[in-house]
Design a protein around this ligand. Structure first.
Ligand SMILES: [Zn+2]
Length: 665
């Protein structure tokens, strides 16, 4: 007779193997962390004795759940910003807070909080993606969970790297250190196509191939992402990343919400795994992934909670149930995604999606002893019908709760017995978590007070053109200007023709200034649009100085590339009103009496305000400004415009006073 370390007996044993074998009563033998035997109790008991026999008392013995996609340290950001669109949530809140707070200490604490929650809800293996993944790996290994840990690489500066080259190098070191570990499977995570460059996608794929480790990423999560891909690359997400050789690697792709049949075939062909995230897709209104189709085509689709900042919990029981429910409503067919399939997704298929199917995901001889006991003897699980063998899966998926999980074992080692965590102490976490919340609250409260700090928080804002003399006059006829600008007294250095579409965001507190979102269409010689440029300018509230000649030294300005959409800025900055101004602008950079000026000849089309002539020059000192202010006046007069028509206001203020000023509040 063989001697095992542990023999489980008297269980409702759900193997979740390919044939869905179940045994009641069933038994399972564990030796050195691996499953030695699994089957009917009488047979296993006949072949094995053990150092320790555990009577399961009629509980369910099944493989531990696989959370196929999450960001565990984000437990510390749970509830920080909710009910926002993905881009505003991610770029406006998560990333700025992460840049400020995420450190190895943060990651360690967040991972510990997550680990407690994961173990309590029956998870034995999860796929993570975050910064300082080294710390996630260390923490997970100490606690004893199994995890695919993916070090994030993206094009923005990250909490753990100034550049993508730096994060790629640390991903390489991380993989080198952890490759071959019992519990931690190292991986690299190009965050998503929209946060990575082609170069990053190629480099991370090459790295994953070199070390033969999985590659974890987000693909086709929102329609915005897919539309952007069509606009920029003239193709959808899956062909785009395929072109960057992503599928040379063993890919685990989270979401895949917006993919078509052809893209599903590409994923099947390249044996990619998919992580379906029902709560996150619902909460962020990302859409409904074609899960039934993907499963029918033979894809390994697992279930993930996504990060606890977008869910907001790590409860896999809830996730499994939602996966089943959503598939039914989407296909308008209650027979879609039955409970048994949903549970397969959360176990064997999930492990396959992580490319760890050889290790975990089902109770089979040779696999690791990653298992849980679930107590169905509670009233909310009663009664139990035995007529249909599939009934037990429905019981687990539709009635059971994560709190019914009583015991959790990973790699043959107990992490929880009778709902007591054995490898970590939860009590010391509360105070530390609250301390982070307090500090993040202070940071965000401070930031939300000012439009400028919000602008800086989303990156790329630069103070610019703070000192500028500026004179503007209203003109009836542009022809004299067009003619005079060619006179020899004016040396033209550069000329441009634009159509400018400006949206001014107004704020209740005038001290916040005005934020201008400008889209420029640059018109070439032939009158066609040759280029489009988006810019964001925060215009300070007060004029710095006004000269007697009505030429003003302009207000402070902060410039940023407008890398997001108009809609993003509206949702992020929440202005109290907006004014839209459209104008046709001819601009010359000229030398006049030894001074460099910009001459702008504007036709304000919306609202219909007519023609304006503006001259501007950068300046460096008060004395220089006084001199330039005088020259500006001379230039205006030289161009044939009357200084009587001088206006001190900018277009925004004129538009506000104008009866058809297009103000919408
Ligand atoms: Zn995610």
């Amino acid at each position: 007779m063989n001697i095992a370390d542990i023999l489980f007996t008297n269980a409702i044993l759900l193997t979740m193997d390919n044939e869905s074998h179940q045994y009641e009563p069933g038994a399972l033998a564990v030796q050195a962390g691996n499953i030695m035997a699994v089957g009917a109790e009488a047979e296993v008991k006949a072949a094995f004795s053990a150092h320790e026999t555990i009577d399961c008392g009629g509980k369910i013995l099944m493989p531990g759940l696989v959370n196929a996609h999450t960001h565990v340290p984000m437990t510390l950001l749970r509830g920080l910003a909710d009910d926002l669109r993905l881009d505003v949530w991610l770029m406006g809140y998560m990333m700025p807070v992460e840049r400020e707070f995420v450190s190895p200490d943060f990651v360690r604490l967040g991972t510990r909080v997550a680990a407690a929650e994961l173990i309590r809800s029956g998870v034995t293996c999860f796929a993570d993606m975050y910064y300082f993944e080294e710390t996630v790996a260390q923490t997970v290994a100490e606690i004893g969970l199994r995890a695919l840990c993916a070090q994030t690489v993206l094009k923005y500066p990250a909490p753990d790297a100034q550049s993508y080259e730096e994060s790629l190098a640390s991903a390489r070191e991380f993989i080198t250190r952890w490759k071959g570990h019992d519990l931690v499977i190292p991986s690299v995570a190009p965050h998503a196509p929209y946060t990575c460059t082609e170069e990053i996608l190629r480099a991370t794929a090459a790295l994953a191939v070199e070390f033969d480790v999985p590659l974890h990423t987000h693909l086709a999560e929102t329609t915005i992402e897919v539309e952007k891909s069509w606009r920029e690359f003239d193709m959808s997400i899956i062909p785009y990343v395929k072109k960057q050789n992503l599928f040379d690697a063993k890919v685990l792709a989270a979401h895949c919400v917006h993919i078509d049949d052809g893209e599903i075939h590409t994923l099947v062909h390249h044996k990619a795994g998919v992580a379906h995230n029902p709560s996150s897709n619902l909460k962020l209104a990302s859409g409904f992934a074609p899960v039934s189709k993907m499963l029918a085509e033979g894809l390994n689709v697992g279930i993930g909670t996504d990060g606890p900042a977008s869910n907001n919990d790590l409860d896999m029981f809830e996730e499994i149930r939602l996966a089943a429910f959503i598939a039914k409503i989407v296909t308008n067919d209650p027979t879609s995604l039955p409970a048994h399939t949903a549970l397969e997704m959360a176990t064997r298929l999930g492990a396959n999606a992580l490319h760890l199917g050889h290790l975990t995901g089902s109770l089979e001889t040779g696999k690791s002893a990653d298992l849980i006991l679930v107590d169905l003897s509670t009233l909310h699980n009663s009664p139990r019908f035995r007529r249909d063998a599939l009934g037990i899966y429905a019981q687990l998926v539709y009635a059971a709760k994560s709190s019914d999980v009583s015991d959790v074992m990973v790699n043959g080692k107990w992490l929880m017995r009778d709902r007591q965590l054995l490898t970590m102490n939860e009590q010391d976490l509360y105070a530390q978590v609250d301390d982070y919340a307090r500090r993040i609250d202070i940071f965000l409260i401070q930031r939300e007070k000012s439009v400028l700090s919000k602008l800086i928080a989303i990156g790329g804002a630069m103070e610019g053109e703070s000192f500028e003399v500026q004179a503007k006059v209203r003109i009836a006829d542009p022809e004299p200007v067009l003619k005079t600008v060619k006179e020899p007294e004016i040396e033209i250095l550069h000329r441009r023709h634009y159509l400018e579409y400006d949206t001014y965001f107004l704020f209740e507190d005038p001290n916040q200034g005005t934020l201008r979102y400008r889209e420029d269409e640059i018109i070439d010689e032939s009158g066609k649009v040759s280029n489009i440029r988006d810019r964001l300018t925060l215009i300070g509230p007060a004029r710095e100085h006004q000269f007697p000649s009505d030429v003003l030294l302009s207000r402070s300005r902060y410039l940023a590339e407008a890398t997001h959409s108009h809609r993003f800025y509206r949702e992020y900055f929440k202005p109290s009103g907006e004014v839209f101004i459209q104008k046709d602008r001819r601009r010359w950079r000229v030398l006049f009496q030894g001074t460099e000026f910009f001459i702008n000849l504007d036709h304000v089309e919306k609202p219909d305000l007519g023609y304006f002539l503006e001259v501007k020059s950068r300046t460096w000192s008060r004395k220089d400004a006084e001199h330039k202010a005088l020259t500006a006046t001379m230039l205006i007069e030289f161009l044939g415009a009357s200084t009587e028509e001088r206006v001190q206001m900018d277009y925004l203020e004129i538009a506000e006073d104008h009866p058809t000023g297009g103000i919408n509040t």
